[in-house]
Design a protein around this ligand. Structure first.
Ligand code: FMN
Length: 468
């Protein structure tokens, strides 16, 4: 029995830990440039030019690695955000920032262990480019790459890729299924031992170990093979963040990690059961997928200090920005004509649903159930960008995380510090040691690859499986 486990049991006197005795919580760090909070850049301790400051990301990656995080994650969209310029000019998040796969390739050179996960959309990329990009990152990083598969929900991206409209929601996912299959096929282009590089015989690779995909499908035609050797992890780890019906199916079918906004333990448990329950029909065991809901942790030495930190950040939200973010979450519904201290007006059913946004349901639900005004609602939403905020002392934050983990609501969390770098420093210095002392989180890396950290198997090649 692990000593941490023993400590956890004696500390809480709770035999629940026995349910997940050998399992460690998985932790990802999600870095929005200046931080997760919509007003993060106004915080005097935030890196003000974060989006295009490489040293900032080096510092974040190295801090997260000091905290033994499984992975760092960078989101992406292929467009500047659209909206009212008055609001956008006060809200720099994702206006200018680096291409994440390029950035992670550079981060790979200054880190040794941490997993490197980036978003890439299946709507405005070609499978060959993505297969090549993430295979390259996996080689460069020694097996630490992960791809977050998104279908894009942002219309502005369409305008940059020769389209007047975005693909319709279900069609996006139909493309994503085919896209992901092709990428995985391309990663298998070369057997692991294809490159014999034998000067004595003059043979560089074994021709029998090269495979041509020859894919001709509904959305894509890709001959292959890929011009990168099979990645060290076999396949870089695939993540997904959709929460709609088709999004969950894609995750059950292909994802090995899932990011999701969850606000209450019961909802998280339902999501957990639902998603893992869908995997059997694809021949996958539930442990082949790790569910990591977003967590906007605001931690300080005492609960009071954490409260003050949060209040201060909330006070920095400009109403134009709050309304803009809320309007985005409501599928574009314009709230500027309504009394900011009055109730949320009725939002017609088709708003947001046309793009399939799940955020709409959450936001309208909060407003109705808790009788929130528009200002209260945007403060709730803008503060954490739709993710759960958890504030408190290190013990309070760890207690809550432990409850969700042991209660099978999660396999881990995607920690989204409110402002950067300070919010990450706080988490690493205050919460990580608390989790480690309870035997809930690793004290050091045990493996070399992201798959090792997450406890995921290395996939064998589809061709090896066919001839076995
Ligand atoms: C933690 C998290 C990260 C996400 N990152 C991105 C991203 O980088 N780019 C993007 O276009 N969408 C991103 N999304 C949106 C999802 O891919 C998805 O579109 C959204 O959750 C709605 O679900 P649905 O597509 O199943 O309707 C993210 C969602 C979550 C919860």
């Amino acid at each position: 029995m692990a000593s941490g486990l023993h400590r956890a049991r004696t500390r809480t006197g709770d035999p629940m830990r026995a349910d997940r005795p050998d399992e460690m919580m998985k932790l990802g760090a999600f870095f929005h440039p200046t931080g997760n909070h919509v007003a993060a850049w106004l915080h005097p301790e935030a890196q003000i030019d974060a989006g295009t400051n490489f040293k900032h990301y080096v510092n974040l990656a190295q801090t997260a690695e000091r905290g033994k995080f499984d992975l760092m994650f960078l989101a992406d969209a292929l467009a500047v955000r659209d909206g009212k310029l008055a609001a956008l000019s006060r809200w720099p998040q994702y206006m200018v920032y680096f291409d994440p796969a390029t950035l992670l390739s550079a981060i790979a050179a200054v880190t040794e262990h941490i997993g490197l996960v980036a978003t890439a959309t299946t709507s405005y990329n070609e499978p060959y480019n993505i297969a090549r990009k993430f295979a390259s990152l996996d080689h460069i990083s020694g097996g630490r790459a992960g791809w977050n598969v998104v279908t894009s929900s942002n219309l502005s991206e369409a305008y940059n890729f020769g389209r007047e409209a975005h693909f319709e929601h279900d069609e996006r996912y139909d493309r994503a299924v085919e896209f992901t299959e092709i990428v995985r096929g391309l990663w298998d282009s070369w057997d692991d031992d294809a490159f014999v590089r034998d000067r004595a015989t003059g043979r560089y690779f074994d021709p029998a170990k090269l495979h041509v995909l020859n894919h001709k499908g509904k959305h894509f035609s890709v001959r292959g093979p890929l011009n990168v050797a099979r990645p060290p992890q076999g396949h870089p780890v695939i993540f997904q963040a959709g929460s709609s019906e088709v999004g969950r199916e894609l995750a059950a079918r292909t994802a090995e990690g899932v990011f999701t906004p969850q606000h209450a333990l019961t909802g998280a448990q339902e999501f957990y059961r639902d998603l893992k329950g869908r995997m059997a029909k694809y021949g996958r065991p539930p442990e082949a997928l790790k569910i990591m809901p977003g967590l906007n942790a605001i931690v300080a030495r005492t609960a009071r200090e954490a409260d003050e930190k949060h209040r201060y950040l909330q006070s920095l939200i400009h109403p134009d920005v709050g309304l803009e973010l809320l309007s985005n979450a409501l599928g574009g519904f314009d709230l500027s004509e309504y009394d900011i201290d009055g109730p949320l007006p009725d939002i017609p059913d088709h708003w947001g649903m046309v793009t399939g946004q799940t955020s709409l349901r959450n936001v309208v639900g909060w407003a109705r159930e808790e009788g929130l005004t528009i200002r209260q609602l945007y403060e709730r939403f803008a503060g954490a960008r739709g993710q759960r905020t958890l504030k408190g002392s290190p013990v309070e934050v760890a207690d809550d995380m432990e409850k969700w983990f042991l209660g099978y609501g999660v396999d881990g969390f995607l920690v989204q510090p409110a402002y950067l770098p300070g919010g990450l420093d706080d988490f690493v210095d205050l919460v990580i040691p608390e989790l480690q002392s309870r035997g809930l989180f690793r004290s050091d890396y045990e493996g070399a690859t992201l798959r090792d950290h997450l406890g995921l198997e290395r996939p064998s090649s589809r061709y090896a499986a066919a001839t076995a």
